[in-house]
Write a protein that binds this ligand. Structure first.
Ligand code: SF4
Length: 450
């Protein structure tokens, strides 16, 4: 059994989205009434594309291009402000992701924070989460984040081995990561998260543990541990696998995962999901990503408004992402939703199960029933099978009964989760993959050379 089928970060995946017509944000805006919503801003610019990256980001863009992007974000914000005005929307969380948000110049960062404050209202005590990379983390930018009252900074370190960083195609050195993390720590943000990767070609379990051990000397509040996936269109796919998607040596990756998990838990980190380890009571800044109502700004970010999920069409390569950016800049009416998916109630319950089951404390049975009027185990009989197979267990916390992943189930999150994908969504995703392979000549062209 391959434990690494798919990361169920959200459901459905963007590759299941299609063109939409006649959908207007105005009709969904009442869902953003009052407080408690999320706002996301996507900054799709990076210094260079990492070898494994399938996120929406472009490289080599001049300052003027980024400036034009901010102009468009401002125009979109203005339109959203008018749409939301009747509903007194207050956001409890602002997430700025990418890409590499701190690639922006200092004054662009100041402009970005100022425009968000100008067009949107935030609740008192709101979370403000931002991603960074070691090469873009400096004192001036961190002072701007401090001034903006950022509550959580997430830094993609991935490894403290220069050799592994080279294989991943990361731009920073291990030494640069050390300096950046030390500097970040000195600013005392309420929550600091660091990301690491396992399953890197040539990485040993000892090498992974050495990176984690070093990371712990900086006492991060959270550690995310990602298995290396090689997906459609990423550079490593073309270089190493002649177009096939895979996790390298799944058995070796699983051994690394187990060792790393045991190590982090022994060091006092609590495991909340297959990837997330948190220290003590650290909760700040964590988002259940898309389980609530969330509105996205920029190109590549997605919005979740009830049964409507939408974003710009999914792109991975520089060419595809640049084309989307062009379209974004030329959008006149941001209230017109042209790409996404409208979920049926069956898909919404599926999404609920996927999103809750893979994160501790798990799926609360009564809450599911209140939400959908039915029993989760009756709607999804596979859950009973997983209980018998000891992937799931029932736990009581106070009066709440949860269906929770066992240790064995947790390490198989990327194998179990995909089994909950509906046949319809699976078909849409496969169609996207097939169409991508047909049209992406660069894959066949380059793989032959390497
Ligand atoms: S992994 Fe992060 S830093 Fe690397 S190219 Fe992708 S978005 Fe940019």
């Amino acid at each position: 059994m391959n434990p690494y089928i798919q990361y169920m970060y959200s459901y459905p995946h963007k590759t299941a989205y299609r063109s939409l017509s006649g959908v207007s944000l105005k009709d969904y805006a009442p869902l953003l009434r009052g407080s408690g919503h999320g706002l996301y801003l996507h900054i799709p610019f990076c210094q260079a594309k990492c070898g494994y990256c399938n996120l929406f980001s472009v490289t080599g863009q001049k300052e003027e291009k980024i400036e034009r992007y901010l102009d468009t974000v401002e125009r979109q914000s203005q339109q959203y402000q008018s749409l939301l005005a009747p509903y007194q929307t207050e956001f409890s969380e602002l997430v700025i992701g990418g890409g590499t948000p701190l690639l922006l110049s200092e004054w662009q960062l100041l402009r970005m924070f100022a425009l968000l404050e100008k067009y949107f209202t935030f609740q008192k005590g709101r979370e403000l989460i931002i991603e960074t990379a070691p090469n873009q983390t400096d004192a001036k930018r961190l002072s701007i984040l401090k001034q903006a009252k950022v509550t959580r900074v997430s830094m993609g370190i991935q490894s403290f081995s220069d050799q592994e960083l080279r294989v991943l195609g990361r731009q920073h050195s291990a030494q640069r990561a050390r300096e950046a993390l030390a500097l970040l720590k000195s600013y005392h943000f309420p929550c600091i998260n660091v990301d690491f990767i396992y399953g890197i070609p040539g990485q040993s379990t000892e090498g992974l543990l050495a990176s984690l051990k070093e990371a712990l000397t900086y006492k991060p509040d959270e550690i995310f541990l990602y298995p290396l996936y090689i997906r459609h269109g990423v550079r490593m796919q073309r270089q190493l696998f002649e177009g096939k998607e895979m996790v390298l040596e799944p058995e070796a990756a699983l051994i690394q995962y187990r060792e790393a998990r045991d190590y982090l838990c022994a060091e006092g980190y609590r495991q909340d999901s297959m990837r997330r380890f948190v220290k003590g009571r650290a909760k700040r800044g964590y988002t259940e990503c898309g389980m609530g109502t969330s509105l996205a700004l920029g190109c590549g970010g997605r919005s979740y408004l009830g049964n409507l999920h939408f974003c710009t069409p999914y792109g991975v390569t520089q060419k595809d992402c640049l084309r989307q950016l062009e379209d974004y800049e030329h959008t006149i009416d941001f209230g017109k939703i042209t790409h996404g998916i409208c979920l049926t109630s069956e898909e919404l319950s599926r999404r609920w199960v996927i999103r809750h089951l893979l994160i501790r404390p798990g799926l609360e049975m009564k809450r599911y029933q209140e939400q959908f009027g039915t029993q989760a185990e009756e709607d999804f009989p596979i859950l009973m099978q997983w209980k018998e197979e000891k992937y799931l267990k029932e736990v009581l916390e106070g009066t709440r009964r949860y269906l929770t992943l066992t240790e064995k189930g947790m390490e198989l999150s990327d194998y179990l989760g995909p089994q909950l994908i509906s046949a319809k969504v699976d078909k849409l995703m496969k169609e996207w993959g097939a169409a991508y392979e047909r049209t992406d000549t660069s894959i066949s062209g380059q793989s032959k050379k390497l």
